[in-house]
Design a protein around this ligand. Structure first.
Ligand code: KG4
Ligand code: ZN
Length: 348
């Protein structure tokens, strides 16, 4: 990238229940970020209802885009912007299509290049708003839909090392939160409750055939069994203790996988460890990762807490990686609800 040139990207995110637009300068500076959240709408259903989500995106998309452009003082998009970017996967197809169509239409209208962004890369690239990313890097993405460990050899090379075989970490928090009568999404509330409780309920260790894969459904079943058994035996259930025990077990499950990866010679030249996704807001996880990485002398680069959830700033940051290589997409790019790290091309 020409360092002298100020490159501005208008980025759009609509893969799940946040409608978000941002203007990002040179991939690492947020000029504006406007996000409309639908959480309150979905809460009564205990999770995202896809049709409701797409309808909300339609209502909000133009408003968040206008707001983001105004706040960034973009009066002449064709002149001032270098590209328009939008998430094209993974996510809910109806939700993705709203942001993707808006992004492609604006690119066509203003005759700007269009960049389709992988939401997963966005979550990891969000660490750049904490500090510059050094390569090769290890990345841990923990969200409501994903739990993945990734080897990032260089800015555009993502290789999946391990992933969850069942629930994502955030999904497990949300499901246990529901059983404990916490509002959706329960991760943050469960974490807050945990600080008032004691992790005194023992939950099983998880074994996966690929040691770098994760699994949370066994922990979830064990927690549910504990609650049922306690109820049947008329034993008092201390919700804060349940939350603390479950949080500890999930964080341990993640930390153990990270320890194994760090011990692997293939990743010994990792310069940095990136953390992203909604669950990256979890303080216990951040603290334990930080302690572990200090011991291994690997620099820890976690996404700033405010940008761990879904947002368009991370999409702008990831789009810059493609803009740097003039990797643009055609306007027939379709939504890919099951998109993974397709950019991976090489072996380790
Ligand atoms: O990244 P995100 O906003 O959406 C997806 O792409 O999935 O992640 C949302 C997830 C939810 O499951 C939510 O419960 C969880 O992140 N979460 C947390 C915390 N804050 C949000 N989980 C644990 N501790 C938190 N502090
Ligand atoms: Zn996400």
């Amino acid at each position: 990238m020409d360092n002298q040139k100020r490159q501005l990207i208008l980025a759009i995110e609509s893969s799940a229940d946040e409608t978000s637009a941002a203007v990002i300068e040179n991939g690492n500076r947020i000029l504006s970020l406007s996000t409309a959240t639908q959480i309150a709408s979905h809460r009564r259903f205990g999770g995202i209802v896809p049709e409701v989500a797409s309808r909300h995106h339609l209502e909000w998309i133009n408003l968040v885009i206008d707001h983001a452009l105004q706040e960034a003082k973009i009066t002449n998009p064709k002149q001032q912007l270098s590209a328009v970017a939008a998430t094209y996967g993974p996510g809910l197809v109806g939700s993705l299509l709203v942001g993707l169509m808006a992004g492609k239409t604006l690119a066509l209208t203003y005759d700007l290049p269009f960049i389709g962004v992988n939401h997963l890369i966005g979550h990891l690239q969000a660490a750049i708003f904490n500090q510059e990313i050094k390569y090769p890097a290890l990345g841990l993405l923990v969200s409501g839909g994903h739990t993945q460990m990734v080897w990032i050899k260089s800015p555009n090379q993502f290789q999946l090392i391990g992933q969850t075989l069942d629930d994502a970490a955030g999904e497990a928090f949300d499901k246990i939160g529901r059983v404990l009568n916490l509002d959706y999404p329960a991760g943050q509330k469960l974490a807050e409750l945990s600080s008032q409780g004691t992790a005194n309920i023992s939950l099983p260790k998880v074994v996966t055939s690929n040691p770098y894969d994760f699994s949370f459904s066994g922990l979830k079943s064990a927690m549910i069994n504990y609650l049922h058994t306690s109820e049947q035996n008329n034993q008092a259930i201390i919700v804060a203790d349940c939350a603390a025990s479950f949080q500890k077990a999930v964080v341990e499950e993640i930390i153990e996988r990270v320890q194994l990866v760090l011990a692997d010679q293939k990743f010994k030249n990792a310069q940095q460890f990136l953390l992203g996704g909604g669950v990256a807001a979890n303080q216990l996880l951040r603290e334990q990762l930080s302690d572990l990485l200090v011991k291994r002398s690997i620099s820890f680069n976690p996404t700033p807490i405010k940008l761990t959830g879904d947002n368009a700033a991370m999409i702008g940051a990831a789009a810059q990686l493609k803009l740097n290589k003039n990797q643009f997409d055609n306007l027939d790019l379709n939504a890919e609800p099951r998109l993974n790290f397709v950019e991976i091309s090489q072996s380790l």
